[in-house]
Design a protein around this ligand. Structure first.
Ligand code: HEM
Length: 173
């Protein structure tokens, strides 16, 4: 494994360990209003995750127009990598960790809306995985997909978000 990749893995493991310790200590300590505080952090993480999931495909669209090896293309590579590793990946981890805890603590895991939300969140996470692969493709100048493809893909995270928010707020079933 390259030194840079190893540093990234170590950082991710440390961040997860700190988050786990924080959540565990809050769970043992149980200050009043814990559920609402963790729900607030969940929504903050959701906003950060979505911001990245909506912006990254826009970067892919502009990146398609840049000649491989050009200064613009190299700048897009840095922007895409940083957006993914600094914002999107940690935000998704926190969203999942706290979302699952809220589902358990609030007893929501048996509700129909929760199951549907879970499936849409899984679909969003699968998109996230595909975006990571495309960041790697651009990084090694191996992108073969068109600008139009990325423009269309850009709409999917937004549609998933609309469905998820309606499910969790309206709780229609
Ligand atoms: C990744 C898996 C996720 C799980 C397991 C999860 C689970 C939950 C649970 C159990 C609640 C508390 C509901 C309540 O107290 O009524 C909640 C709140 C919320 N979640 Fe998620 N969530 C996830 C991802 C997301 C995503 C991707 C979004 C948006 C795109 C989102 C948006 C929200 C919002 C806006 C609330 C606050 C709702 C309210 O208080 O009325 N969640 N989530």
């Amino acid at each position: 494994m390259r030194a840079e990749a190893r540093t990234r893995v170590i950082r991710a493991v440390v961040a997860l360990a700190v988050l786990g310790a924080l959540v565990a200590s809050l769970y043992v300590w149980r200050p009043s209003g814990l559920y609402l505080w963790l729900k607030a952090v969940h929504v903050i993480a959701v906003i950060s995750w979505m911001a990245g999931m909506l912006y990254l495909p826009r970067l892919f669209v502009y990146h398609c127009a840049a000649e491989p090896g050009s200064p613009q293309s190299e700048t897009f590579k840095v922007m895409e990598r940083r957006l993914l590793t600094v914002i999107i990946n940690p935000a998704m981890t926190v969203t999942w960790a706290l979302g699952l805890w809220l589902a358990y603590d609030g007893g929501h895991y048996t509700s129909g809306w929760m199951l549907a939300k879970f499936l849409l969140a899984l679909a969003l996470s699968a998109m996230h995985g595909m975006f990571s692969g495309w960041v790697r493709d651009f990084a090694s100048d191996r992108n073969r997909r068109s600008e139009r493809f990325y423009r269309l893909i850009n709409e999917i995270p937004a549609l998933l978000m609309v469905g998820i928010v309606i499910l969790v707020i309206v709780k229609p079933f």
